[in-house]
Design a protein around this ligand. Structure first.
Ligand code: WTA
Length: 653
């Protein structure tokens, strides 16, 4: 074996710095970029947009801010699909591999799609969508597993100027239904089924529930499994049949920079998920440059982002970003531990993955499975590691660094949100420093701060709330679909409309602006990296006849980070293990298995304020043995003593 290159060296205070080899290779190596970009962020992003993307027409105005709204590249015209495919097909990258798709079953062949292959399929599917009556601005639902048709469908929408709204395939039919109703989709693209740890999941059954009562006229079904499905005549069509006769070219629609590229639903603090709107030019600009610079991807690299395309990470780093820069990526269909706990490491070894991006929850899972699994494989092809989705603790960071990166590779901890479209806070490979548990600095050209309750910036080391400042990065959301009030209230009201409020706690690690993220400060949970609100789980439980009232809080979990724990008051039925199981099933049915409560705790009473509001904070403190604070203002302080016994509270009250 060739001696692997060391991409990092030790720095001061337990940090790591890029090695000379990495500095020689990296796109960005001079820290002066931060200062330079901040001199004129608007001009900086304008330059990036010009250099990164192909525009049919240049914009008239780079940035406009009318609180709480902002726009980028106004008057500019482009097409996302053209930028992801056509321009590569017109270059030497025409026959470069875009996607290596790896099926879950080990005896099945990989699908290798070059840029030209993808281009041809996307063009055909664009024509299919057109034939089904999809027009510019119409919404198309995509409910697909991790098969290449998911990128094809997204890009085909972008090509014809339709707005895609992807729903994670492990969400339930009811979750799909809620989102399809809100987004008023005309067409749904789904599959017959998919593999999960060797088993077949019948996706079409869920899709049928999802379509009920919506405006969806046509359902296109990819045949992945060949399992039995019911096709509704006139409504349901097989993907392969429609594609057979589809024309080979569709001229990309000319879109405005501010036209919506997609709407992706995410959880907020209420039971109803919100449709986050992303605009074409700004989103693509941030996707392009963050992909290229954060992960230092070059043409010879092989990039693997393990996130499902149903989440924002999969949108930006499993579809748009890598394709925009003409990279080659891995797209794996299945579970990380199928057939064995080394499937991911085997894939890295077999294909020679050079840049690997995953979530802390996955890292913790692998830690638990044992060091012997990665040890079985030659992981020396890896150059850069990334994480996303939740704060990464020191142990997980060090394990990832040592056992996956061989102590040679930087770990790029990227902080961002569905709302921000692309990463916003992380170290850059050629600059560093790489600091365990510290994400890093704001991406060049972005401005953040950490404020206390009163809105004053906090000194280094003190905790506060992370905000973004004007000019707001181009990839950030342009609104909440059909709900401008919610947009304003959630993001622009805590500190007024000059600050984008992230709902994340944070502190500065040093004077240069390196930031440690400490987690959400609202009722949003990150369960195994998946974003979920406590209210959604409560709504699901309340739909069960035996539940009269309930409260859900997040409880720390060794591997998943957090799990929902439900406090339930029953009616008509006595608490029992059977009922517990029913309630867990109920949540799976209404939301999906990701939302499965870790614990159901039956109680007689819930702590409430005099105005009747359930005090979830007290429940959370009870669960985690923290000080309860002032409980005298409760309408029922006596409930606390009982609850302490039930949860075995060891705190000091
Ligand atoms: C959390 C995922 C700490 C954060 C891209 C944020 C993180 C929420 C990190 C958004 C990180 C994401 N360190 N926390 N590197 N990355 N988060 O919308 O709380 O699924 O607000 O987007 O994840 O989750 P979302």
């Amino acid at each position: 074996m060739k001696k692997p290159i060391k991409w990092v060296k030790k720095g001061p205070r337990g940090t790591f710095l890029p090695s000379d080899d990495l500095k020689k290779k990296a796109w960005v190596t001079n820290a002066s970029i931060y200062k330079k970009a901040l001199k004129n962020p608007v001009a900086f992003w304008g330059k990036l947009a010009r250099e990164g993307l192909d525009w049919f027409k240049k914009w008239k105005k780079t940035y406009e801010w009318k609180p709480p709204y902002f726009k980028w590249f106004i008057g500019g015209k482009l097409n996302a699909c053209y930028n992801a495919l056509d321009r590569h097909v017109e270059s030497w990258r025409r026959n470069k591999v875009a996607i290596i798709w790896i099926p879950e079953p080990v005896n099945e062949e990989c699908r290798i799609l070059t840029y030209y292959d993808l281009y041809r399929e996307v063009n055909k599917f664009a024509n299919v969508l057109k034939k089904l009556g999809v027009k510019k601005g119409d919404r198309v639902g995509i409910y697909l597993p991790m098969i290449p048709e998911v990128q094809m469908a997204m890009l085909a929408c972008a090509r014809i100027g339709a707005i895609h709204s992807v729903v994670f395939s492990a969400f339930s039919g009811q979750s799909l239904n809620q989102r399809m109703n809100d987004v008023e989709a005309k067409v749904l693209v789904t599959a017959d089924g998919y593999y999960r740890k060797g088993k077949t999941i019948n996706l079409k059954t869920n899709a049928d529930i999802g379509v009920k009562g919506t405006k969806i006229k046509h359902v296109v079904v990819v045949k992945r499994m060949g399992n039995d499905v019911k096709m509704v005549k006139g409504r349901d069509h097989w993907w392969h049949e429609l594609m057979k006769n589809a024309k080979l070219y569709y001229k990309p629609e000319i879109m405005n920079s501010e036209d919506t590229l997609f709407i992706l639903y995410t959880s907020g603090t209420t039971g109803k998920p919100k449709g986050i709107i992303h605009a074409t030019g700004g989103y693509l600009t941030q996707a392009y440059w963050t992909t290229k610079w954060d992960f230092d991807i070059h043409d010879e690299d092989l990039f693997w982002c393990t996130a499902d395309v149903g989440w924002i990470t999969g949108h930006t780093y499993g579809c748009y970003g890598p394709l925009l820069i003409g990279a080659t990526m891995i797209h794996y269909e299945g579970a990380p531990n199928y057939p064995e706990c080394d499937r991911w490491w085997e894939i890295i070894e077999n294909h020679g993955v050079t840049i690997f991006y995953t979530a802390p929850t996955a890292i913790r899972m692998f830690m638990q499975w044992g060091n012997e699994w990665p040890k079985k494989h030659d992981l020396s092809s890896i150059r850069i590691l990334g994480t996303v989705g939740e704060p990464i603790d020191n142990d997980a960071w060090m394990w990832y660094f040592k056992h996956i990166g061989g102590g040679r590779c930087p770990v790029i901890d990227t902080w961002w949100q569905t709302e921000t479209g692309g990463t916003l806070i992380n170290a850059l490979p050629g600059i560093g420093p790489f600091i365990p548990t510290v994400a890093g600095r704001g991406f060049p050209g972005t401005k953040n701060d950490i404020l206390d309750e009163s809105g004053k910036p906090v000194p280094v080391g003190e905790g506060g709330y992370l905000v973004m400042k004007n000019p707001f990065p181009p990839g950030m959301l342009r609104g909440v679909f059909k709900n401008p009030k919610r947009y304003k209230k959630t993001y622009w009201s805590v500190y007024g409309d000059k600050y984008y409020y992230t709902s994340d706690g944070a502190r500065f690690w040093d004077k240069t602006g390196n930031i440690r993220l400490t987690g959400r400060v609202d009722d949003v949970l990150k369960v195994a990296g998946h974003r979920l609100s406590t209210a959604e789980v409560e709504d699901a439980l309340n739909k069960h006849d035996a539940v009269i009232e309930c409260a859900v809080v997040g409880s720390p979990h060794k591997i998943k980070g957090e799990v929902p724990v439900a406090f339930v008051i029953t009616t008509g039925r006595k608490p029992s293990d059977v009922l517990k199981k029913e309630l867990v099933k109920q949540v799976e049915k209404v939301i999906g298995p990701t939302a499965r409560p870790g614990e159901i705790i039956f109680v007689e009473d819930l702590p409430k304020t005099r105005s009747g509001k359930i005090m979830r904070r007290i429940l959370k403190n009870l669960m985690t043995d923290q000080t309860l604070g002032n409980i005298t203002t409760l309408s029922n302080p006596e409930s606390i003593e009982k609850l302490k016994k039930i949860v075995g509270y060891k705190g000091s009250g």
